[in-house]
Write a protein that binds this ligand. Sequence first.
Ligand SMILES: *Cc1c(COP(=O)(O)O)cnc(C)c1O
Length: 361
Amino acid sequence: MTRIPPQPGILEIALYQGGQSKIEGMSDVVKLSSNENPFGTSEKTKAAFSRCVHSLHRYPSTDHAELRAAIGEQHDLDPERVICGVGSDEIIAFLCQAYAGPGDEVIHTRHGFAMYRISALAAGATPVEVDEVERTVDVDAILAGVTDRTRIVFLANPGNPTGTMIPEAETRRLAENLPDRVVLVLDAAYAEYVEGFDGGRALVDRHHNVVMTRTFSKIYGLGGLRVGWAFAAPEVIGVLNRVRSPFNLGQAQLETAEAAVRDQAFVTRCRAENTRLAAWLAGALTEAGVPTDPTFANFVLPRFADAAEAEACDAYLKSQGLIVRRVGGYKLPHALRITVGDEAACRRVAHAVRAFKEGAR
Ligand SMILES: *Cc1c(COP(=O)(O)O)cnc(C)c1O
């Protein structure tokens, strides 16, 4: 059937499933399936994007110096140690391409983000899954999974789709106990939702093999723009820049992301709203009879009796115009991942789950 065989591993990749955004025949739909910011993008960021219309004929900068400088200023870090990519997804791909190949192992955790496995396979490497405990990353399980062939460990903190988090002492213990030829990637896509959390950057300062990835897709509300970045040792940045294409980011992406990172007032407002609504929603769902862990991110993960009940609730929510995410692919078939929307959306989804549990089917 495969007349032109691709590289080994490629056909093992299960295509990434994006969050659904439409329901046939329904207009008043609320999309809570992709962890998007319900408040959109900040006004200053939109204004920056509008200005880009005048320079579309120009090639973008190849070194992203201005965006990296802005990131450096806002996060108090050395811009020489920053690389920008087409979402953090592209950085994950660079890491696999640069550090893992046939015969090498790439560790991810049981409920870890789908792109780790996809990018490892795309690079010809072997993804290795290690257990979590109660939907939470287990440092001992990761360390036990390390072999002579391990080249990369991927870990999202807070995790997606779990929303759980491990304390800094645990990520530090992991960094200190991994062989220093193994790259430890701390994916901090949701770091901004945790007040005072540095995403792991202090560990990057201490260990030459630790990389922190960040994104503009979540709290900055720029999922459609596709910009992410990483902070790492100069040696690692030098390697990743060699596999990055010079014009990976367009000028509109660069200028818009720069305006976004400079508007920290917007980030602070979104974090406060999310913290309040996430706690409310997790509580309301638990009360409705679907236990939900406290979350450190902008989504919750209510757990149903079994996969059939989760599927039935998903269908009921759709009939009510509410799109959430099934997470069977993340080994959580009995759960649904629900993005924390604005207040009206949170009330609507909590009300619908309660109605479903009370027998409205
Ligand atoms: C959303 C998300 C990302 C970000 O992906 P982008 O490519 O930057 O949009 C990365 N890691 C995790 C765990 C995520 O949930």
